[in-house]
Write a protein that binds this ligand. Structure first.
Ligand SMILES: *[C@@H]1O[C@H](CO)[C@@H](O)[C@H](O)[C@H]1NC(C)=O
Ligand SMILES: *[C@@H]1O[C@H](CO)[C@@H](O)[C@H](O)[C@H]1NC(C)=O
Ligand SMILES: *[C@@H]1O[C@H](CO)[C@@H](O)[C@H](O)[C@H]1NC(C)=O
Length: 434
């Protein structure tokens, strides 16, 4: 475990705290995330994710401070020397990862909201807590697509209003993500950054529909106009951080699905997009962000093993420019049980598939509603022990920031809680002892 961090670097990112400003900017932390969507028949979000959602306000002073802080304004203008040596970009070695020169299994987590915070101190608080806890990798939303006019100060990254989409590189745009990357660098945290959502939270593929003249995700994957803009967006993000040691991997999408499609549509899209990303940045790893559906290994006949969602886990994982493979685990959303045992098999079966492909697997999101310490720690232990699995990242990180607690979608694990101790502290100790 690497608990030491560079104090000098940390001091450099402590933002200037400006006075409170009373024109406050409202920010909804709690748009339900995504992943909890899903059994094929379920039309809407499960009750847990929307009913437990809470709105939190963020102070506008942070918006001002972000724009006035030169360090946060553009990561791409940083001299190369401010980053750690090229040799330290995270990479794979067989079915393992090498992070900062160390070959080890990692524990990580997810925060979809961190790039939408407007207060730099809050970003630093999260990064520091991750570092102290031994959580090495944080997965963040690298997209925030809108198709309606946003109120002043609301963070968004890409807009589909008007004849041509625009990418927001301003202080309420990608400069917020710049600060996340900068703070991650200072604290030695690695980031998985993705480019679009299958779901409509923060826009997603649906935000492209009207402009591209399509009406479904199924059309999005091979629509020339949609893919052209998606690649422009990828280029805008990748070029900002292509030299950053804080990038663990680029990720094509959050939970891409193409329901009812031939799986070749998804695999072709993965091959084309990953190749494009490598042409922009060959130093960083690339992964899919998929849920792991469509798998013959250990197939028990349940929905997640089928190819219904248009994804073939092995074919996607085998794509040459995909460095490692992701899968998620939500037994209740997928209507599979018993959660603990079913999940353990799901983890072992993906590990076996990855071992066969010679690439690491990451259990990239997982969650359950009840008995969480017992069930989820069992999954973590299985992932740590089973060949082919090289990291796990629970959904989702929670903390208490300047405006109170972050979003609780029913799957949140708050820093410092008993559940955090169970799923993070104990797990990190087990990793260090392994
Ligand atoms: C705007 O985006 C939302 C969210 O992604 C989507 O559901 C909606 O269909 C889009 N509307 C238009 C007119 O494109
Ligand atoms: C996209 O895929 C569908 C289904 O296979 C096919 O009919 C269509 O021609 C493809 N479109 C393009 C632009 O490749
Ligand atoms: C996500 O993908 C699935 C499968 O294609 C689809 O049913 C669902 O509607 C998608 N979400 C959105 C917002 O389009």
């Amino acid at each position: 475990m690497r608990l030491l961090f560079n104090l000098a670097a940390l001091a450099a990112v402590i933002p200037f705290v400006l006075g409170q400003d009373d024109c406050s900017v409202s920010y909804v932390y709690a748009d339900v995330s995504s992943s909890v969507e899903a059994a094929p028949s379920s039309a809407a979000y499960p009750a847990g994710s929307s009913t437990l959602a809470t709105s939190v306000k963020a102070s506008s002073s942070a918006v001002v401070s972000a724009s006035s802080l030169p360090a946060a304004s553009s990561a791409s203008t940083q001299p190369a020397s401010s980053y750690t040596a090229a040799g330290s970009y995270p990479t794979t070695s067989g079915t393992s990862f090498v992070i900062d020169g160390e070959k080890s299994y990692f524990a990580g987590t997810n925060s979809y909201w961190i790039g939408f915070l407007t207060n730099n101190d809050d970003v630093d608080t999260v990064m520091q807590h991750l570092k102290e806890s031994g959580l090495e990798v944080l997965r963040v939303w690298g997209f925030n697509d809108v198709n309606t006019t946003q109120s002043s100060g609301t963070v968004y990254y890409q807009s589909f209003i008007g004849d041509e989409p625009t990418i927001n590189t301003g202080p309420d745009g990608l400069q917020r993500l710049d600060y996340v990357v900068k703070s991650a660098e200072a604290h030695g945290i690695k980031l998985i950054i993705n480019f679009v959502n299958n779901w409509t939270d923060y826009g997603g593929m649906a935000a492209y529909f009207n402009w591209a003249g399509i009406s479904s995700n199924q059309e999005w994957y091979n629509n020339t106009k949609a893919q052209g803009q998606y690649q422009k967006y990828i280029k805008a993000v990748v070029s900002r951080y292509s030299d950053s040691s804080a990038v663990f991997a680029w990720e094509l999408a959050n939970e891409p699905r193409c329901n009812g499609c031939d799986t070749s549509i998804m695999t072709t899209w993965i091959a084309d997009t990953s190749k494009y990303i490598k042409s922009l940045d060959s130093k960083h790893m690339v992964t899919t962000g998929e849920e792991g559906f469509g798998l013959d290994t250990g197939d028990d006949g349940s929905y997640p093993y089928t190819y219904t969602e248009g994804t073939d886990f092995v074919a996607n994982c085998a794509v040459p420019d995909i460095d490692f493979c992701t899968y998620h685990l939500y037994p209740s959303s997928w209507s599979v049980s018993p959660a603990q045992a079913w999940g353990n098999s799901w983890i072992e079966n993906h590990g076996k598939a990855c071992a066969k492909l010679g690439k690491p697997c990451v259990l990239e999101e997982f969650g359950f509603e009840t008995d969480r310490c017992t069930i989820e720690s069992s999954w973590e232990a299985t992932s740590l022990q089973s060949a082919g699995n090289a990291g796990d990242m629970y959904w989702q990180y929670g903390d208490t920031l300047s405006n109170g607690q972050t979003s609780d979608d029913g799957f949140t694990v708050y820093y410092g809680s008993d559940l955090f101790d169970c799923l993070v502290t104990v797990h990190v100790e087990a990793i260090d002892a392994a």
